[in-house]
Design a protein around this ligand. Structure first.
Ligand code: G3P
Ligand code: CA
Length: 242
């Protein structure tokens, strides 16, 4: 069965990468979450997509130049009514003790290398005993390898947005158990070959009905979507087919 992962939480209906978006994805019955992490000036791992807080919050500036205390003053739900805070990774991992979700932590260290980020994330995952429910992904594949070396018990998956040749061979070479390709960068054949070779495939960002059905049909490992409610509904109908 194809797992449904909520991209930045249930971001089609709630402010992205906020506790509400995660809680609502879990309530809806998603199998997993995808979230992005950056590191503050004082070393806190926080859940936010961009290097700067400007697009998604009421604040401004680079995450790396702000303290956690400063970051927590901003509203991460600029367009909505209810104030949301930028979550710390700790907050999310603590909440995960109350459910069975899988969590894909995307290390956003392609622009700023955030020295020690991998170690901090791994230390927290181990502290909360979540090694078997976490997938570490990144566009920074050096960081993927470093994470694997530090914590071979935690699954890793390189992200890529362009078609690469035999990605399952590449994944195996860096000891990743899965790949997270942009949907447009893969074909059904690539997915099938990856699966045959024991590499999980979780494409992003899959929001169109027809694409969801296509991936269900070939039993893709998971799909990462902004709208887990819609994807779950489609999966339910698909499972009921005669
Ligand atoms: O992890 C999949 C996807 O989230 C990668 O792209 O820009 O949405 O973080 P982006
Ligand atoms: Ca992401």
């Amino acid at each position: 069965m194809t797992q449904i992962f909520a991209h930045r939480g249930y971001s089609a209906a709630y402010a992205e990468n906020t506790m509400s978006a995660f809680i609502e994805a879990e309530k809806a019955g998603a199998d997993g979450l995808e979230l992005d992490v950056q590191v503050t000036k004082d070393g806190e791992v926080v859940v936010i997509h961009d290097e700067k807080v400007d697009r998604t919050t009421s604040g401004s500036g680079y995450v790396k130049n702000l303290t956690f205390k400063e970051i927590r003053m901003f509203n991460a739900n600029k367009k909505g009514e209810k104030k949301e805070l930028i979550p710390s990774l700790v907050e999310v991992l603590e909440w995960m003790q109350t459910n069975r979700l899988i969590c894909n932590i995307e290390l956003k260290n392609g622009i700023f290398p955030y020295e020690g980020m991998e170690e901090k994330v791994i230390q927290l995952v181990r502290k909360y005993d979540l090694s078997n429910r976490i997938i570490i992904s990144s566009f920074n594949h050096y960081s993927i390898v470093l994470s694997y070396r530090m914590a071979p018990e935690i699954e890793t998956a390189p992200l890529f947005n362009e078609r690469i040749y035999m990605p399952w061979v590449y994944a195996q070479s860096i000891r990743a158990q899965g790949i997270h390709p942009k949907l447009s960068s893969i074909t059904e054949e690539i997915i099938e070959n990856s699966l045959k070779n024991g590499i999980a495939v979780r494409p992003y960002t899959v929001n169109k009905d027809a694409d969801i059905v296509k991936l269900l049909k070939i039993n893709c490992s998971a799909l990462i979507t902004d709208d887990p409610v819609k994807a779950l509904k489609i999966r339910k109908q698909y499972e009921k087919r005669p």
